[in-house]
Design a protein around this ligand. Structure first.
Ligand code: COI
Length: 356
């Protein structure tokens, strides 16, 4: 099946809910566009996908993913250019990553035409749901889960793939306060840290609740052996500007998500001639840089969060407060550069945007 030739059945809503939405006050993840895509996998093959009105699912209580967590997801955004045309940012990279997650979780690959062409048709249909004020976008959430009805533990044979979308403002409205975690562990080599498996987020709820009570927004995870090397933040990858270099943990140990925004940031920085080091980064090195006045900026990157400045990083008794964000050169430049590509304000020389 060619990517653009796929036949998708479309069942439109009788009445759009669009007029009920207050686009002046959109919070992340709370409202859903009129339609969703759904595709079923059974007997070793994907059935024809359907675009249908957004609705609740009906599932057997014995559906396996509810019990055993064979479930994965992705996050993508569609932006509106100045003429109101939708542009989806790097969806093929998310498609590839979804299948990396699928492989590790013993789930079938989602074919490119279901993922990309299905998404394109869904966004085309719900294009009026893409908000247009600054820093807003339509958040696209593809996901897949195992749907065998069985209480025993075994890799499932039936799966459902879906895409829902949600108009979204910024995930974080102000610089975030981070707590460096050395009690719990997110990921070990050989585990599932590099996937977008639901369990990676499920296991983070208790540690996140605990640090929220202490007044922090998010966790910076450290390695599971020594709790010494930084990995990623609960909702995003992490970058530090130390001296004249930008440093981010490398992803070669299967413990860190290969973020699409992470890759975009590294590419843009290197294109500009800025040194980016992807390597093991110890919290002691960050602390030393802070005390020497060399820790200039720290920020998270992700689809939902975009470029999220870090206000302060707390490790044990040391609170490392970063300079005011207005003075940061790197993150502010990246935010503008990335925004210009995403919103079609500049020519996309990298083939990152997919016009709908
Ligand atoms: C994204 O950035 O798209 C994510 O999936 C992170 C999620 C925790 C909101």
């Amino acid at each position: 099946m060619g990517v653009s030739s796929m036949d998708i059945s479309i069942n439109k809503v009788e009445k759009s809910r669009l007029s009920e939405v207050d686009f002046a006050d959109i919070q992340f993840g709370k409202i859903y566009s009129d339609h969703m895509l759904i595709a079923y996998y059974e007997n070793g093959a994907w059935l024809k996908p359907e675009i249908v009105p957004f609705h609740n699912l009906s599932l057997s209580p014995a559906t396996t993913f509810i019990h055993y967590g064979q479930a994965i997801f992705e996050g993508i955004k569609a932006y509106k250019d100045a003429d109101g045309n939708p542009l989806i940012f790097r969806p093929r990279d998310n498609w590839k990553r979804m299948n990396t997650s699928a492989h590790r979780m013993a789930m079938p690959d989602v074919p490119e035409d279901i993922f990309i062409e299905g998404m394109r048709q869904l966004i085309n249909l719900d294009r009026d749901w893409i908000p247009s004020s600054p820093d807003t976008a339509l958040y696209i959430r593809p996901f897949m889960f195992a749907t065998d009805e069985f209480i025993g533990v075994k890799p499932a044979e039936k799966f459902t793939f879906m895409i829902i979308t949600s108009p979204a403002g910024p995930y974080y409205s102000k610089p975030v306060s981070i707590y460096v975690q050395d009690k719990y562990v997110r990921a070990f080599p050989g585990g599932i840290g590099f996937t977008k498996a639901a369990g990676n987020y499920g296991m983070s709820m208790l540690p996140t609740m605990e640090i929220r009570k202490m007044g922090y927004d998010q966790i910076l995870w450290t390695d599971g052996f020594e709790h010494k090397y930084v990995q990623e933040i609960g909702t995003m990858n992490v970058f530090f500007v130390i001296g004249n270099k930008v440093i981010t943990p490398d992803i070669k140990h299967d413990t860190i998500l290969a973020g699409v925004t992470r890759d975009s940031v590294i590419t843009l920085l290197r294109d500009k001639g800025i040194i980016v080091e992807e390597r093991t980064l110890g919290i002691d090195e960050i602390e030393t840089a802070y005390h020497n006045g060399q820790l200039k900026e720290a920020f998270g990157t992700g689809t939902a969060a975009s470029i999220a400045p870090i206000a302060a990083l707390t490790y044990h008794d040391t609170k490392m407060e970063l300079p005011p964000v207005e003075t940061w050169e790197t993150a502010n430049w990246l935010k503008k550069e990335l925004g210009d590509i995403r919103y079609g304000r500049t020519k996309d020389t990298k083939g990152w945007t997919l016009a709908v």
